[in-house]
Design a protein around this ligand. Structure first.
Ligand code: SAM
Length: 310
């Protein structure tokens, strides 16, 4: 049993939380546990760490891999849930948090050891499922069946920023009964997208991203999680969010900017972020699109925040 996911911006993100040794921290995206273990190591037994993930495979991996840590640190609680319910989860344990971290999107484990869920366009034999939480009702294949050509065009454009959305949607609907696996869909996309666009990056990546975002309702969950996080932050508490694509980042930026409208004399929050160093990008190419944003809650009322870029 080995770790697969290399945590992006690990030091920058965990330092930004400014961990107090007896504070309460919530890691909304446990994954392989990279951020959680770093936070746990900075806490005394009086501190509390709550780690959330909606994917049972992530939870099972961490429970096994960090068996010893979990048996000696009873102040580390692992919770299977969607992070949009962070306020309800916090109520069960500590009510208010001193720091909250979200490292958004999909983990390398989900891509490479997906339990047959077809997150990666490289796993051609896998079914088109893409549910992080397998109790969700709708798979990616269900979307292809149920949505019209127009609706598929819309989601590929909106959530994948795919230029050839309508061509791909049309081709899918013409042959939908034969598109069941990752390979069926990637082969179709190769046929539809002009060759020049397939040279550098896999031409399927935008459609896969779009389907995954819709299946897991990622943007709505993020909006709710941001709102609910602020409700439960202590004064001086920090929210640290790492995003990987423009839609996620726009959601965070808008949220931060909106909060700032009610705040005087601060620099524009939405324009400030931390990016990985060139060295990190070379070591871990997955980090290349990462943006880390940090907010500090200054006053009760959930409407007065300040950016911290260190
Ligand atoms: C990028 S990985 C996190 C990696 C982790 N920071 C680490 O160092 O190993 C994102 C994780 O968040 C989980 N996740 C994504 N959206 C979620 C949501 N709405 N609620 C709960 N977990 C979510 C995914 O299942 C995945 O395991």
């Amino acid at each position: 049993m080995e770790k697969i996911h290399k945590t992006v911006l690990l030091k920058e993100a965990t330092d930004s939380l400014n961990v107090k040794e007896d504070g309460c921290y919530i890691d909304c995206t446990l994954g392989d546990g990279g951020n959680s273990i770093e936070i746990l190591n900075r806490l005394t037994y009086k501190g509390l760490l709550i780690s959330i993930d909606q994917d049972i495979n992530a939870i099972n991996f961490v429970k096994e891999y960090y068996k010893e840590e979990l048996s000696t640190h009873t102040n580390w609680k692992i919770h299977k849930s969607n992070f949009k319910d962070i306020d309800k989860i916090a109520e069960e344990y500590c009510r208010k948090a001193d720091g909250i971290i979200m490292d958004l999107g999909i983990s390398s484990r989900q891509l490479e050891d997906s339990h047959n869920r077809g997150f990666s366009y490289l796993e051609s034999e896998e079914p088109l499922d893409m549910r992080m939480d397998t109790s969700l009702a709708v798979t990616a294949k269900d979307l292809l069946n149920a949505l019209s050509e127009k609706e598929l065009t819309y989601i590929f454009r909106k959530y994948g920023e795919e230029r050839y959305s309508s061509k791909i949607a049309k081709a899918i609907k013409q042959d939908v009964s034969n598109i069941n696996t990752v390979g069926d869909l990637t082969r179709l996309i190769y046929k539809v997208i002009p060759a020049d666009n397939s040279i550098n990056k896999n031409p399927s990546r935008r459609v896969f991203q779009a389907l995954r975002i819709v299946v897991n309702d990622e943007i709505v969950s993020l909006e709710q999680a941001l709102d609910n996080s602020f409700k439960i932050l202590n004064i001086g508490g920090r929210l640290v969010v790492i995003s990987f694509h423009s839609l996620e980042d726009r959601t965070i930026k808008n949220f931060f900017n909106d909060k700032q409208k009610k705040c005087e004399g601060e620099l524009p929050l939405g324009s400030q972020f931390i990016a990985p160093t060139d060295r990190e990008v070379v070591d871990n190419p997955r980090s290349s699109s990462a943006k880390l944003r940090i907010l500090i809650k200054l006053k009760e009322g959930n409407e007065f925040f300040k950016m911290d870029t260190k």
